[in-house]
Design a protein around this ligand. Structure first.
Ligand code: NZQ
Ligand code: ZN
Length: 386
C-alpha cells in the first residue's frame, strides 16, 4: 500500500426526514445564498422544506444552474454575492448544483482576473480561500457531497474541466434518501453508473496489496449491483434508496482511493463526450470504460480478474476469456439499467474521435494509473466503442 494522508471534515446528516435539520447547521449571523437548479426542488417539495427551516435566516436565492453547470451562469451568482455581501452558500439539488456552488464559493474570493484559472491551470493555481458552504443533496451519484471536487463546463469554448480543493468541501451534507422517490428512471440509472465508475476508477488499476481498500470497493460495487435495480423497479423502496445513496457517497469520499493507484482516464475522456455532445456524464462513462478495460487489459490484468471473480463470479477460462466475460457482464449490467454503452447509441459521429484525440494531443496529457494513455490510445479506446 502507498503512504497516504486522509482528512474528511464533511458532517453527514443522513436519513428520512432530515432536511429540516438544515436550520440548525447554518452558522448564526450569516447572509445565505440558496443555490438551485432548473426547478426540480420546487416540484418535489424540497424547496418548501428548506425555506421553512430557514424562516429566520437572511436568505437570497439563485436558481437556474444547469446539469453540467456552466461557468457563465456561475459567474452571475458571483456578481450577486459580491453585490449583496453574501457569506454562506447553500446548495439544494444534485451534483451539478453542488459543483457550481463549490466553484462560486472559490470564485467569489478569487483575487486573480478570472476564476476559470482554477480549472484551466488546475495544477498551478490553488484555491486559497472560499466562502463556506453546505448542501441538501437530492440526487445520489457524484459523491460531491463528501469531497472537494467540482466539474464545470465553459459553454463558449465547449470545455468541461475539473478542479479540487479542501477549501470547497461542504461543512455539512444532508442526505435524505426520500429525495430519490421523485427521480426519473434516467437519473437513477445515471447515479448507479456514475457511482459504479467512481469505484472502478480507484480499484481497476494494479495491485498494491491493499485488501481493505479492495474489499470496501467490492462492497460498494456489489451493493450497487444488488440495490440499484431495486430502486429502479420501485422508487418508494426506502431501504434500497438509502443503500444506493450511501454507496454513491462512499464511492467518492476519498476513502477507497487512499493508498492505492487511481486511473480517472474514463472520466477525462467522458468529459470530452459531454463537452462536444452534451451526453449525460454517467452515460459517457458507460461508453468509455469497456474500451479502457479492453485496451488496457494487460495493465489491469490482475484487478480485472479479481473484479470478474468477486463481482460477477467468473472463475473459468483463460485469463483473456475471463476478462472478456467481465467486460460483457459489466456492459450487460449497464444496459439492464437502460444505459447503452456504444458511441452510435448516442449518434456520436466518428469525426468526434478525431476532435477528442486532437484535444489530448494539444494538452500533452497522459492518462491512466501508469500515465501511459496518450492521444493515440485515447483514439484506440474510442474506436473500440464504435
Ligand atoms: O436542475 P434540476 O431542476 O434540479 O433537475 C435535476 C437535473 O435536471 C434533476 N434532479 C435532481 N434531483 C432531483 C431531480 N429530479 C427529480 N427529483 C430529484 N430529487 O436531475 C437532473 C440531473 O441533475 P445533476 O445535478 O446534473 O446530476 P448529477 O448529480 O448526476 O451531477 C452531474 C454532474 O456532476 C459532475 C458531472 O460531471 C456532472 O457535471 N461530477 C462531479 C463529481 C464531483 N464533484 O466529485 C464527480 C463526478 O464524476 C461527476 O463528474
Ligand atoms: Zn463521475
Amino acid at each position: 500500500m502507498y503512504n497516504f494522508e486522509y482528512q474528511n471534515p464533511v458532517k453527514i446528516i443522513f436519513g428520512k426526514g432530515t432536511i429540516p435539520k438544515v436550520g440548525s447547521e447554518i452558522p448564526a449571523n450569516t447572509k445565505v445564498l440558496l443555490i438551485y437548479g432548473g426547478g426540480s426542488i420546487k416540484r418535489t417539495g424540497v424547496y418548501d422544506k428548506v425555506k421553512d427551516a430557514l424562516k429566520n435566516v437572511d436568505l437570497l436565492e439563485f436558481g437556474g444552474i444547469e446539469p453540467n453547470p456552466h461557468y457563465e451562469t456561475c459567474m452571475k451568482a458571483v456578481e450577486l454575492i459580491k453585490k449583496e455581501d453574501v457569506n454562506f452558500l447553500l446548495s439544494v439539488g444534485g451534483g451539478s448544483v453542488l459543483d457550481a456552488t463549490k466553484f462560486i464559493a472559490a470564485a467569489a474570493l478569487y483575487k486573480g482576473d478570472d476564476p476559470w484559472d482554477f480549472l484551466s491551470h488546475r495544477f498551478e493555481i490553488e484555491v486559497e480561500e472560499a466562502l463556506p458552504l453546505g448542501d441538501v443533496l437530492t440526487l445520489p451519484a457524484t459523491g460531491s457531497e463528501m469531497n472537494g471536487n467540482a466539474v464545470i463546463t465553459r459553454e463558449s469554448t465547449q470545455e468541461k474541466l475539473s478542479f479540487g480543493s479542501p477549501k470547497v468541501m461542504p461543512q455539512f451534507s444532508i442526505l435524505d434518501p426520500e429525495c430519490i422517490f421523485t427521480l426519473p428512471d434516467k437519473q437513477v440509472a445515471n447515479g448507479i453508473v456514475d457511482a459504479f465508475m467512481h469505484v472502478l476508477e480507484q480499484y481497476l488499476t494494479f495491485a498494491v496489496n491493499s485488501p481493505i481498500q479492495d474489499r470496501f470497493a467490492e462492497g460498494i460495487l456489489t451493493t450497487l449491483v444488488e440495490e440499484g435495480p431495486k430502486v429502479l423497479a420501485n422508487r418508494n423502496d426506502y431501504d434500497a434508496a438509502a443503500n444506493f445513496m450511501w454507496s454513491a457517497t462512499m464511492a467518492l469520499n476519498g476513502l477507497i482511493g487512499s493508498g492505492v493507484p487511481q486511473d480517472w482516464a474514463t472520466h477525462m475522456i467522458g468529459h470530452e463526450l459531454t463537452a462536444f455532445h452534451g451526453i449525460d456524464h454517467a452515460r459517457t462513462l458507460a461508453i468509455v470504460m469497456p474500451g479502457i478495460m479492453n485496451i488496457k487489459r494487460e495493465n489491469k490484468k490482475e484487478k480485472l480478474l479479481q473484479f470478474g471473480e468477486r463481482i460477477w463470479g467468473i472463475t473459468e477460462g483463460t485469463y483473456n476469456e475471463r476478462i472478456d466475460k467481465a467486460i460483457a457482464k459489466t456492459v450487460e449490467f449497464f444496459e439492464s439499467l437502460g444505459v447503452p454503452c456504444k458511441l452510435p447509441d448516442y449518434d456520436v459521429p466518428a469525426e468526434t474521435i478525431e476532435k477528442i484525440k486532437e484535444r489530448f494531443k494539444q494538452r500533452g496529457s497522459k492518462l491512466g494509473e501508469k500515465a501511459d494513455i496518450d492521444y493515440n490510445e485515447v483514439e484506440a479506446i474510442l474506436q473500440d466503442r464504435l
